[in-house]
Write a protein that binds this ligand. Sequence first.
Ligand code: TRP
Length: 336
Amino acid sequence: MSKKRVLSCIQPTGEIHLGNYFGAVKNWAAIQDVYDCFYGVVDLHAMTMSYDPKELKDNSMQMIAELIACGIDPEKSILFIQSLVPQHTELAWIFNCVASYGELSRMTQFKDKSEQIESNSKNQFISAGLFTYPVLQAADILIYKANFVPVGRDQVQHLELSRNIAVRFNRQFKEFFPEPKPLLTDVPKLASLADPSKKMSKSFGERHYVSMFEGENSIRKKIRSAVTDTGDSQGDEMSPGVQNLFNLIKACEKNSEFNSLMNDYKAGNLRYKDLKEVTADALVELTEPIRKKKEELMADKTYIEKLARTLSEKAASIARETVAGVRKLTGLPGLT
Ligand code: TRP
């Protein structure tokens, strides 16, 4: 029996942090033997917001190295850079004519990001690419005829749009695309270290998140200064900052440490200093081998780039077949 196909993607907007790792990449690595996996670094999506063209290519190559360091095995999975498979863009155009203006207007990520631009950025520029972002995402998924897409809850609406595009295309032309389903896994909720009422995200700034690659000293420093008790937690509720450190320990699978600290908490004699030390130890133990692996890989940048190009070409051979089928069905002349 052939394996079902999985596809997921990540934007090359800097280093993978704990939220990305526990929320996505760790699971991507875990399912490589069960599914036929495609993992993309979506540089074209990164262009929808303001970005630095001098950094984009290096960030994409670095993201390939980081994914491998985090356990994505290039012998098992197809790792690709989106723009190196230009058929994504071609299919996205065709899907732009299958998706409706109305459904794109209802995408909450577009509303959130455009509001963010209007309130925070100097240039106030909202690109049309930001609006059609989910159409390109549908192309990413459907071009490989993926059956499952591991995504966080924030991406469920985009995946629903991909399914609508597939169904509409099939009805309009001919049964061609399978309907992709989300692969939702239990992921720990990680909060910002400096403001535990927010989720851990790079967009709030340095003090709020921990990168997988920032190294022991910096990790220990950030955990030491993490907000614990703000004094305003109500009743018996654990304060969100303390809860967050417990969640991190659990995410690192330090179960006996977790239980013993939880017993201290329940007995009313938990020392935050101990909680933080265990958290920092667990994070250092997790990240240190991954950080070293990336360092090794990045020592030979030519190799990483060659690998990225070879794997992207593998992806492209499948993408070309899909697009050839789509061109035929939609009335476009075949290439060659
Ligand atoms: N929009 C996704 C995110 O922000 C990234 C993404 C692009 C993606 N294309 C995809 C995720 C295809 C899954 C499948 O996280």
